[in-house]
Design a binder for this molecule. Sequence first.
Ligand SMILES: *Cc1c(COP(=O)(O)O)cnc(C)c1O
Length: 499
Amino acid sequence: MKQLLYKSTRGEGGVVDAAAAILQGIAPDGGLYVPAAIPAAAWPLEELAQLTYQELACRILSLYFTCFSREEIKEAVNKAYDAKFAVPEIAPLVTHNNIHFLELFHGPTLAFKDMALSILPHLLKLAAEKLGTGKEIVILTATSGDTGKAALEGFAGVAGTRIIVFFPQHGVSEVQKRQMITQTGDNTHVIGIEGNFDDAQSGVKAMFTDESLRRRLDSHGYLFSSANSINIGRLVPQIVYYYWAYLQLVRKGAIAAGEAVNMVVPTGNFGNILAAWYARSMGLPLARLICASNSNNVLFDFFTTGVYNRRRPFYVTISPSMDILVSSNLERLLYHAAGENSQLVRSWMEDLAQKGVYTLPPEVQNRLNAFAAGYASEEETKEAIRSLYAASGYLVDPHTAVGVFVLEKYRQESGDSLPAVVAATASPYKFPGAVLSALDPQFAGQDDFALFGELAKVTGIPVPPAAAGLEKRPVVHTTVCRREEMQQVVEDILGLAGR
Ligand SMILES: *Cc1c(COP(=O)(O)O)cnc(C)c1O
């Protein structure tokens, strides 16, 4: 098969194969790796509709990761999408109130990040073997909640890897914190930071760019890598479930093969919806990609005006995984929309860094018309939870609710009545307080763990194993440090001598 190579959105440093792109995470020029050509999926949809999730994943991943053999990809897929997902369909599609929901939250941490982070460790391991580094991979991650736990679950027990997660000691939800500090697995390390997410993030970045640390790691047989959402090894596995959603609609007879559907994605860093755009570019009949934001509506403004402006207030919302003002993965879309003009991309990214704003020329903005955009305020998000539950008995988490609100508004305003799928990105069990208090204010301010039972009553769905008994699990990670001590903690964990 012809090799698919990857190049940077900022245009320097030549092309690399998938293994190098996965292992490096970010390109040396600061850009993101994109496929040199987006592969077409030439198989008939009727044929794909017969496949299992794992078989479909093998087909799609083989198109992108041509430097791995089919056997290698199959093994990675089968290790990732196994019984750690609560349902055999991995990502089931359910229909309520004339909306199809692609449930991406049946993995071990109850949010869609599991879909990519359960396979990334196996891809990284393959990449390291392919490149013959012979090193143990050390994943260093700062998290604001969801990514850290999903990465821990993904890497726990994977031979040849080790994972170190830093989280803001007082900046994550009670459920998220418990999920992390009770993580088992000899190769996992979880450290609380006396500080906020930015402190944790900047500490990690400093270690990544410290040359002398890198050399010492190297001499001890270690190699730093990242599980961040800009890694192409996280993006490509996300393409699979957009195909899967469409094919389930075909299989259920809700649409005929070839019929167009709209896709709604609750968006933060723009990774998830970008995967939908890749699926569309590969030939999947998706009409509009509807980008749904919360009060941090920088992407709504961007798609409606062509101006990206991050100089604005930052809101803490009940959909915290979408509280973001710089959507890193948008850079990939800009690169494709600009006709792969990396010079233009670089100038926009420089403007963003220096002035906090950039403006697309009209001809580039016009190439983004596959997208529609909307946003939901906090009140609108809660109202969407409430009214969907009242109409159908289906309870969604606040992130998914943002998608529901935006879809309904889009349908009203545009008159576009195509079948629509909303990516359901988290389980309501991840945000019990927010979800229940949207239904009934009496639940506001209560302990999240105490509300699991109530949620089971309301949804009729038993507490998922990933959440059940969480508050009673033994705490195994107790280290807390200051920002300045992060590197020391890492050196102690890895046993680097000569401080
Ligand atoms: C991370 C996350 C999102 C945002 O996804 P992006 O790929 O960053 O756009 C939405 N919902 C949930 C529950 C998440 O964890």
